[in-house]
Design a protein around this ligand. Structure first.
Ligand SMILES: [Mn+2]
Length: 403
């Protein structure tokens, strides 16, 4: 059977206040054709189906239209888990109705782990899916009741691992020898063997888990949360599919992917990345005012598809107040849109510099130390903002991977 792993559709997402409805809609139309042409049996969406907890009616319509059209393909099952952007109640509201259509939704961690595990059958072949959603601290804390309360720093991480172990134990009960088991997840997993040196800084109270923390029972782990497609360290079978279209200029020029997993005789026979077509050019150009205008002209000539969106980053020696109107004026003549013009090094670091001056040399500080100092300076309470710290770790890992 063929399983399609996707995540992070972020339906309803806007880029710099511009609606991305058009590329979302084109993606879903293309996806339906892909599912039909490739005879996909099961589709997985590993979290962040919607961009916000209260999605726009337009975003919801995209989802429900997709579900209706999916019924016209040979796809037997769809499994959707909630991500950190989703409101569990939004995902779960139509649960019973969707279940009648072989669509399973898990908006948040369930009371009983049994409710996150699905044993499915496609043409006589069985498969088990542990549809683990994004695990909020308050949803899984019960899992560590009675454990060492002093280990507060690692309690969330421990709870995460416990949750996956419980899911695996339940899969084991349902599983015969020739059954593939797949786990889903929406979290930040640290790169396995290749990033050992950085690994220690990612633990602590964030609870990020590494490739080795996933129970070996799972033949494949279908992750969401990071928007760039990637495998975790050396593990070909633990992957992020990435988002199917660009959600920020930082992803400009990247190729969007999905993953197709093929099983045969109860084993994984093939894991293959599939490129998603680019329905809109979203790009970032850099240079002097003159060079940027030249690059815009080239882009304008070569465009196809939806109106390209561009971020222009001017070199630091450029005069912004002269360059900005010059660029927007030039762009008015073209059929592309410049959404943002910035100077390369706009952010001021003076505040931070004075902050660490009396502490120690900056080289003695880790990036996380610097980030914490900066948050302190801005009166941001990091202890109560896991998401912010999590986002920082993500960016840090990406930059260390040289992206
Ligand atoms: Mn996401």
């Amino acid at each position: 059977m063929k399983i399609l792993h996707t995540s992070d559709w972020h339906l309803g997402h806007r880029l710099l206040e511009q609606s991305q409805f058009d590329e979302q809609s084109l993606y879903l139309t293309w996806l339906l054709e892909f599912i039909a042409a490739q005879n996909i049996d099961i589709v997985l969406v590993s979290g962040d189906l919607f961009d916000t907890g209260v999605p726009s009616s337009q975003g919801q319509k995209l989802y429900y239209d997709f579900l209706i059209h999916l019924k016209n393909t040979n796809c037997k099952y769809l499994i959707v888990t909630g991500g950190n952007h989703d409101a569990p109640s939004t995902i779960n509201a139509p649960k019973e109705l969707l279940q009648a259509l072989s669509i399973h939704v898990v908006g948040k961690a369930t009371e009983n782990i049994e409710d996150e595990v699905f044993k499915l059958e496609v043409n006589g072949e069985e498969i088990i899916i542990a549809a683990v959603p994004y695990l909020r601290d308050q949803d899984i804390r019960r899992a560590i009741a009675g454990e060492d309360s002093q280990d507060i720093k690692n309690r969330y991480k421990t709870a995460l691992i416990n949750h996956y172990n419980e899911a695996a134990a339940h899969c084991q009960k349902l599983k015969s020898d020739n059954t593939v088991a797949i786990a889903m997840g929406h979290l930040f997993a640290v790169g396995g063997v290749t990033s050992d040196s950085e690994q220690t800084i990612y633990v602590g109270n964030l609870g990020d888990i590494g490739a080795n923390d996933f129970p070996s029972l799972f033949d494949y782990v279908a992750l969401g949360h990071l928007h760039k497609a990637q495998q975790i360290g050396a593990f070909n079978n633990i992957r992020y599919s990435g988002s199917p279209y660009m959600l920020s200029f930082s992803e400009a020029n990247s190729i969007k992917k999905m993953v197709v997993i093929e099983t045969q005789y109860g084993k994984i026979a093939d894991i293959k990345e599939v490129d998603v077509p680019k329905f809109r050019e979203i790009t970032r150009i850099m240079g002097t005012v003159e060079s940027c205008i030249h690059q815009l002209e080239i882009l304008d000539k070569n465009q196809n598809g939806l109106t390209p969106w561009v971020e222009v980053v001017l070199e630091n020696d450029q005069n912004y107040s002269l360059g900005y109107p010059e660029i927007t004026k030039a762009a008015e003549q073209m059929s592309l849109e410049v959404l943002k013009v910035t100077l390369k090094n706009e952010r001021k670091i003076a505040g931070l510099e004075s902050l660490i001056e009396n502490a120690k040399h900056i080289k003695e500080l880790t990036p996380i130390d610097v980030f914490k100092l900066k948050c302190k300076e801005l009166n941001v309470d990091l202890d109560n903002d896991h998401e912010l710290l999590n986002a920082f770790y993500e960016i840090l890992q990406m930059s260390q991977e040289g992206q």
